[in-house]
Ligand binder design. Structure first.
Ligand code: SAM
Length: 479
């Protein structure tokens, strides 16, 4: 079983649309896969193309341009995209003028294969090349194969106004960093998205203010490792060592950024994802505790409960250090929800190491988790140096044990919320019953409850949790 980020899980492959400009006469069909960053990037892409004559459509058949924003994190994600490309190609046979483009994390890895060998696509653009799309389109219109997968040291798309696609008009993603420097041995991100750089805090605050003015009630600040956010005037995080004394003095870290956002939009809920244990410092926790509008929920991937596996993964912290951080979170914010990412069956994982993962989960009792079987990715340090030696059946069994334990803990955590009253941000209709609202509490748990006259999406309401499942709280609104 593979899971994607809670918000994006149900949106995999979603075609994203919005009204657009009346003067535009071309149609863009854009579909996104993978993490929240990809969904956020598709909005940047739609924003760029909206200024170049394209409005979005949910009907692939009428599109002049079909873009697929791809994910390379696991083999399965890539396979899904390849199947979809085959479908696009079948349509292109009927509509030869239609152009197909591959964006995102598969662009760098599969560029030659996609453009030259399989001749499936016309345009390939990596995550830092989206400003170049209008030029790439011209090249494709001239019958040339158009490609830009260059990774940038500076690009953060800070000045661009993303077009909000396919969302609920209530919650939005705001990118604060791009790329990743962590070099976890299993992970392709540093190779597909480049080195870590932070976005100008002023542009982040302005984007949040503008969202608030447009009726949005919640932002999720996004990055591969948000706690490592550091603005010192632009440039790569790794080059901070060369910063001038002036740049150092004026540098803004993640805790300071969160304070600025929390104060700039006091009525808005603020979430963030993802945190890396090695970079999450006390200051961030105290900032979360200080502001009511910062949600009490931390996504803190651990990947394994065993120090020796963490070392092989190059995670730069031990089991004990991770558990000390968990203790700190619980001490500073006893009501804070904690979620995780976990990988089963990483290279050389013994039964004992696997049991350490289960015991770590028992200690933390996470609210929620994204759990994966290890998938070897070409070009990563693990692929180069460590055999992928855990048989698939063993990986699968260990993953099942992890998922079953998580389901038990999710239920226990939800049961601990029952009987209490929570502020819920209404996001829309419940999927099962249109007489019920669907929303989230600060701890990110989903609450479903009967609609009350006069309430609407975007309202903050007080709801008592009356019962629960491992996935949902069921409640009733208070007067
Ligand atoms: N930046 C975050 C971090 O490092 O904690 C998240 C990165 S990734 C987009 C999301 C999750 O995918 C990871 O936390 C990890 O659990 C999972 N993942 C990454 N590479 C994987 C691989 N090769 N096989 C299985 N799962 C993987």
């Amino acid at each position: 079983m593979e899971l994607y980020a809670k918000d994006t899980e149900s949106r995999q492959g979603e075609a994203m649309v919005l009204d657009g400009k009346v003067e535009n006469n071309k149609k863009l069909f854009i579909e996104s896969y993978g993490c929240q960053m990809n969904f956020s990037d598709s909005e940047i892409v739609a924003g760029i193309l909206e200024n170049n004559g394209f409005n979005t459509t949910s009907n692939m058949e009428e599109a002049d341009l079909v873009l697929i924003n791809t994910c390379a994190i696991r083999l399965k994600a890539e396979e899904t995209v390849r199947k979809r490309l085959a479908e696009f190609n079948a349509l292109k046979k009927k509509k030869p003028a239609m152009k197909i483009g591959v964006l995102g994390c598969m662009a760098e890895r599969l560029k030659t294969q996609l453009l030259e060998e399989e001749k499936v696509v016309d345009i390939v653009a990596g995550p830092d090349a989206y400003r170049d799309l209008p030029k790439l389109l011209e090249e494709a219109d001239d019958g040339r194969k158009a490609i830009n997968v260059i990774l940038s040291k500076e690009e953060t798309y800070a000045d661009l106004n993303p077009v909000r696609l396919g969302g609920n008009g209530i919650t939005a993603f705001v990118s604060i960093t791009r790329g990743c420097d962590n070099m976890c041995t299993f992970c392709v991100v540093p190779f597909t998205r480049g080195r870590e750089r932070s976005r100008d805090p002023e542009s982040i605050v302005n984007e949040c203010k503008s969202l608030w003015l447009n009726g949005y009630k919640e932002v999720t600040l996004l990055g591969q490792n948000v706690d490592s956010y550091l603005w010192y005037g632009g440039g790569l995080k790794k080059d901070f060592k060369n910063a001038t004394p002036e740049q150092r003095k004026n540098a803004v870290d993640f805790a300071q950024l969160m304070s600025r956002v929390a104060e700039a939009v006091p009525g808005m809920r603020i979430r963030f994802s993802t945190s890396n244990p090695q970079d999450m410092h006390e200051e961030v926790l105290y900032t979360m505790a200080k502001y009511d509008n910062i949600c009490k929920s931390i996504h803190l991937p651990v990947q394994s409960g065993s120090t020796s596996v963490l070392e092989r993964m190059n995670r730069k912290h031990t089991r004990e250090e991770y558990l000390a951080l968990i203790d700190k979170i619980k001490e500073i914010m006893p009501d804070c929800a904690i979620s995780h990412d976990m990988i089963a069956g990483f290279c050389g994982e013994t039964e004992e190491e696997h049991r350490e993962t289960l015991s770590l989960m028992e200690y933390v009792k996470y609210d929620f988790g994204f759990m994966f079987a290890y998938s070897e990715r070409p070009g990563t340090p693990a692929h180069k140096k460590m055999p992928d030696d855990i048989p698939e059946a063993v990986k699968k069994r260990r993953l099942t044990e992890i998922i079953e334990l998580q389901q038990k803990h999710s239920l226990e955590r939800h049961q601990s919320y029952v009987g209490k009253v929570y502020e819920v941000l209404i996001e829309g209709n419940s999927k099962r019953d249109e007489n019920e609202w669907y929303g989230r509490i600060s701890q990110n748990a989903v609450m479903v409850f009967p609609k009350v006259e006069g309430t609407k999406p975007g309202d903050f309401v007080m709801v008592r949790a009356n019962s629960c499942t491992s996935a949902t709280l069921l409640g009733e609104m208070l007067d």
